[in-house]
Write a protein that binds this ligand. Structure first.
Ligand SMILES: O=C[C@H](O)[C@H](O)[C@H](O)COP(=O)(O)O
Length: 219
């Protein structure tokens, strides 16, 4: 099975977590896109979706799936999204597609977070994937200097603007031994909008696509 087949397999498995008659949160990226395509087949079952990016909203609408404003709905029943890395505690690195801020908001507004990944994303320690951080543009240099103090090597994601009008710094060289502590520490740097570590609100369920089928891990 190639990586796309593994992603499709977990995306389809996540359909089981969709509760009828509720509004659900939908993530961003290639794995989430497979989920959106699978969701289209049961769209009559749900009351609508909240999307974590403009790209996902467009894909959902393309399938005729209603996309609602988070401010118009209450708590979401479930949030389904991919990740760039996960450890066995279901702490994640996200933001490879730059959608981390809206993803963290929608995950936070959901009762359950189901993460869908192919097995290449499971690591012992987070940090081999450069950590995406969304930053207010005027704070770029200041935040970069602060990140160097934390042992990172920040690089501006060239030619990229987030859905919120901000920049992304991708930080190499971070050995993330204590994800919750580092997430909180980086959140305290003025100018940082969102850190791509999802540890203080980890996933609740991880569906991992493997050559031997879908494995389910819980936090
Ligand atoms: O900003 C993007 C998201 O965090 C994605 O969920 C993450 O990058 C994983 O994407 P993919 O499913 O394409 O590997």
């Amino acid at each position: 099975m190639d990586q796309d087949e593994l992603k499709k397999q977990v995306a389809e498995a996540a359909i089981e977590y969709v509760e009828a008659g509720t509004v659900i949160g939908v993530g961003t990226g290639s794995t989430a896109n497979f989920f959106i395509d699978a969701l289209a087949k049961i769209k009559g079952k749900i009351d609508g979706t909240v999307a974590s990016s403009i790209a996902s909203a467009e894909r959902l609408k393309g399938h005729g799936i209603p996309v609602l404003d988070l401010n118009e709905v209450g708590e979401l029943s479930v949030y389904v999204d991919g990740a760039d890395e996960t450890n066995e505690q279901l702490h994640l690195i996200k933001g490879g597609g730059g959608a981390l801020t809206r993803e963290k908001i929608v995950a936070g507004a959901s009762r359950k977070f189901v993460c869908i990944c192919d097995e290449s994303k499971l690591v012992k320690m987070l940090g081999a994937f450069p950590l995406p951080i969304e930053v207010i543009p005027m704070a770029q240099s200041f935040v970069a200097r602060e990140l160097v103090k934390h042992g990172g090597m920040p690089e501006l994601r060239q030619g990229f603007t987030t859905d919120n009008g901000n920049i992304i710094l991708d930080v190499k060289g971070m050995e993330i031994m204590e994800p919750c502590t580092l997430e909180s520490a980086l959140n305290n740097i003025p100018g940082i909008v969102t850190v791509g570590i999802f540890a203080n609100r980890p996933a609740d369920v991880l569906l991992l696509g493997t050559a031997n089928g879908v494995k389910t891990l819980t936090a």
